[in-house]
Design a protein around this ligand. Structure first.
Ligand code: COA
Length: 377
């Protein structure tokens, strides 16, 4: 039997900070209101040239570097996002090209803020079949592009960023023990994004803003408070554990009040709960991998520890994953001297892509000339 282990992790957040006081210059709000109702102090916002793709690429490279793994040998890339640069091509394909992961299959998942946990579940299943031996799972969001900066009920909540994990299969038990996913489309109208396509008929009401993210905050709050604890318990149970066995709880970083209510419901002391939303706000599908990366960086995880990560989001969707942390895996690692070759590959990748695109264009020209000659004959 194959197990899916996390052997690499990486994150990227834009350098541009937006504090609550900055927001108070834009809408009628205050640092006090935002902190008391949400726990958020500041968030990061993409700058010119930064997108869901560029952030995903940086997080992915960092994850591969931690795992000492060559981008050329990546089997699978799954990107969770609801704020891609384009509906197609997928963000995952753009990441595949940018890192030069020639042999990888790549696709996007959209389960809003639960997307990363959905991606983790899919990757785990694909690794467990034995058909794939590794996968990059990335959550990346440039939510700020779709916010209405005049709507104080939403623009204060979100931020941009990306997080990634690299999974490798191993016969060594542990890793991602269980993933439980759920959805309830009847609550879809509580949290919606911009429409795409001309035939879309709004079903929600005349005041619907079709260009921006819209939310019924209190309805989402009630749903989240109910589902976080329930999903966490279900996932732990699927892994054969009780919540008492959990060393670290990583909830979706949306609102500190929701997190505290879930912790109370689960009888978990706040010392076991990881919180970083004060720095980044709600980064949607990037929230869990960003939090996981920072928990690792802060030394909050010891080998053998059990972690429950749980997300909720638009859809409505939810998902929880239970992990047994094992840093030292019996997975053969590339020697450290290979790392410069990975960086050389990253530098070469845009050229590789350029040459490939030029070849395709040349091919099209040759085809056109051939058809012209044949037609004239
Ligand atoms: N600054 C100041 N006042 C604000 C405000 C802001 N940014 N946003 C809303 N308000 C006002 C409202 O207009 C309302 O005023 P009123 O009483 O005069 O009508 C008052 O604050 C209370 O609004 P309410 O919506 O009841 O606040 P709340 O305590 O429910 O908190 C949220 C609002 C959005 C913070 C909270 O509902 C929430 O976090 N929901 C979940 C959101 C979420 O997690 N979404 C992402 C899912 S992935």
């Amino acid at each position: 039997m194959q197990y899916a282990h996390i052997s690499g992790w990486g994150k990227y957040v834009p350098a541009r900070r937006m504090t609550n006081d900055d927001l108070a210059q834009l809408v009628e709000t205050s640092d006090d209101w935002i902190q008391t109702r949400t726990g958020i102090v500041e968030r990061r916002i993409v700058d010119e040239g930064e997108t869901a793709i560029t952030m995903a690429v940086k997080a992915a490279r960092e994850a591969l570097q931690v795992a000492h793994f060559s981008p050329r040998h990546v089997d699978l890339i799954i990107v969770a996002t609801f704020s891609p640069d384009r509906v197609m091509p997928s963000t995952a394909c753009m990441v595949q090209d940018a890192i030069g992961a020639d042999g990888a299959a790549a696709f996007d998942v959209n389960a809003a803020c639960s997307g990363f946990v959905y991606g983790l579940g899919i990757a785990r299943s694909m690794l467990m079949t034995g058909e794939y031996s590794n996968a990059l799972v990335i959550g990346t969001e440039a939510v700020s592009h779709m916010l209405n900066w005049e709507d104080r009920s939403t623009c204060v909540l979100f931020g941009d960023g990306a997080g990634a994990v690299f999974l490798q299969s191993s016969e060594h038990p542990g890793g991602i023990l269980a993933v439980t996913l759920g959805a309830d489309g009847s609550g879809g109208q509580f949290l919606t994004g911009p429409t795409v396509g001309n035939n879309y008929v709004p079903q929600i009401g005349a005041d619907l803003d079709l260009n921006h993210l819209q939310m019924n905050g209190p309805a989402v709050f009630r749903f989240a408070s109910r589902i976080l604890g329930k999903a966490a318990k279900e996932s732990a149970k699927a892994a054969g554990l009780e919540m008492e066995d959990i060393e670290l709880f990583i909830p979706h970083q949306a609102n500190l009040r929701i997190i505290k209510s879930a912790a109370k419901h689960l009888n978990l002391p706040m010392e076991k709960v990881f919180v970083n939303l004060q720095k980044y706000g709600n980064t949607s599908s990037a929230s869990i991998p960003l939090a996981l990366c920072e928990a690792i960086e802060e030394g909050r995880l010891e080998p053998g520890d059990h972690v429950v990560m749980v997300a909720f989001g638009a859809g409505l969707t939810w998902g929880a994953a239970t992990i047994q942390w094992a840093r030292a895996l019996p997975i053969p690692q590339e020697p450290h001297w290979h790392t410069p070759t990975h960086w050389a590959w990253y530098r070469l990748s845009p050229w590789r892509s350029l040459v490939w695109r030029a070849t395709l264009r040349l091919d099209a020209w040759v085809d056109r000339i051939y058809r012209l000659i044949r037609h004239r004959r």
